[in-house]
Design a protein around this ligand. Structure first.
Ligand code: ADP
Ligand code: UDP
Length: 236
C-alpha cells in the first residue's frame, strides 16, 4: 500500500490518499484542542494511544457485528481505513450525566441514567457544531431517514458492547462521540476514532477521570491518564 498525498489535516489527525481510491491512511497526532479549538496543546504519546486503542475497539466491534472503517494498523500512529463519505453528524451517547449535558440542563455530573441517551450535533466548524434532532438532520438532507435509523441502532449497540468491555477493565463509560460514513456501496459504517479524546472514562472505584477532561479542565496528569487507559486495554 503506497502512501500518497495528504488529503486533509484536522485537529487530531491527518488523512492521506493511497494508491487504492477506496482506502486512506489516517495518521494520529499528539495535538489536542478543546472548547471549539479555543484551547490548544499537545499531549505526548496521545496519537499512539488513540490509534492503537481505536483500532482495538473497532476490531472488537466488528466481532460483535458492527461494520467499521478499520482495515489494518500500519504503525503506532498510522492506520489504513476504508475511505468513506462522512455523515456530517456527531453522534453522542451518554450513560451518565457529564460535560455539556450537565451544563445545559443544570444538573450535577455523575447521575446514572436508567437508559442511555442519544443526541446529534451538526458537524460544521463554522457553525460550531450546533445541536440538532433527527428531523433537522432530515430537513438539512444530512442523511436519509433509513440512515438515521441505522445510525441510532448502531450507536446503541456500540454502547452495549463498549460498556461491557470497559466494565471488565474497571472503567465506567460515561459518554462518547461517534462518526459514521457511507461506503461507495452505500453501507453505513462506524468511522473516525474511539479513544480518550472522544469518550469519557471514569475509574470504576474512584471515579478518577481517565480521558481528555484532564486536559480540558487543567486537572494535570493528562499523559498519565492516557497511559493508564492504554495499560487497562493492552496490559503493561
Ligand atoms: P477534525 O476534522 O474534527 O479536526 P480530525 O483531526 O480527527 O478531526 O480529522 C480526521 C478527519 O477525518 C475528520 O474530519 C473525520 O470526519 C475524517 N474521517 C474519519 N474517518 C474517515 C474515513 N474512514 N474516511 C474519510 N474521512 C474520515
Ligand atoms: N466529544 C467529542 N468531540 C466533540 C464533542 C464531544 O469527541 O466535538 C465527546 C466528548 O469527549 C464526550 C462526549 O462527546 O465524551 C460528550 O461531550 P459533551 O457534549 O459533554 O461536550 P464537552 O463537554 O466536550 O463540551
Amino acid at each position: 500500500m503506497k502512501k500518497c498525498e495528504q488529503l486533509y489535516e484536522g485537529k487530531a489527525k491527518k488523512v492521506f490518499a493511497t494508491d487504492d481510491p477506496n482506502l486512506v491512511i489516517v495518521s494520529y497526532k499528539d495535538d489536542a484542542t478543546a472548547f471549539d479549538g479555543m484551547k490548544k496543546g499537545e499531549i505526548a504519546g496521545k496519537g499512539v494511544v488513540n490509534n492503537r486503542m481505536s483500532n482495538y475497539l473497532m476490531s472488537l466491534l466488528e466481532k460483535a457485528g458492527v461494520p467499521t472503517h478499520f482495515v489494518k494498523e500500519l504503525s503506532d500512529r498510522e492506520t489504513l481505513v476504508k475511505k468513506v463519505s462522512i455523515v456530517p453528524l456527531e453522534v453522542i451517547i451518554r450513560n451518565v450525566s457529564a460535560g455539556s449535558f450537565a451544563k445545559r440542563y443544570g444538573v450535577e455530573e455523575g447521575i446514572v441514567f436508567d437508559s442511555p441517551t442519544i443526541e446529534f450535533s451538526y458537524k460544521n466548524d463554522d457553525l460550531h457544531d450546533p445541536l440538532l434532532n433527527s428531523y433537522h438532520a432530515l430537513a438539512l438532507k444530512l442523511a436519509t431517514k433509513e440512515e438515521i435509523e441505522k445510525i441510532k441502532a448502531m450507536a446503541f449497540k456500540i454502547n452495549e458492547v463498549l460498556k461491557e468491555y470497559f466494565a471488565g477493565l474497571k472503567v465506567k463509560l460515561i459518554d462518547f462521540k461517534l462518526e459514521f460514513g457511507r461506503t461507495p456501496e452505500g453501507e453505513i459504517v462506524l468511522a473516525d476514532e474511539i479513544s480518550p479524546d472522544t469518550c469519557r472514562f471514569w475509574d470504576a472505584e474512584t471515579n478518577e477521570k481517565l480521558d481528555k477532561d484532564r486536559f480540558r479542565r487543567d486537572l494535570g496528569g493528562v499523559e498519565d491518564a492516557y497511559c493508564e487507559m492504554m495499560k487497562r486495554v493492552f496490559g503493561n
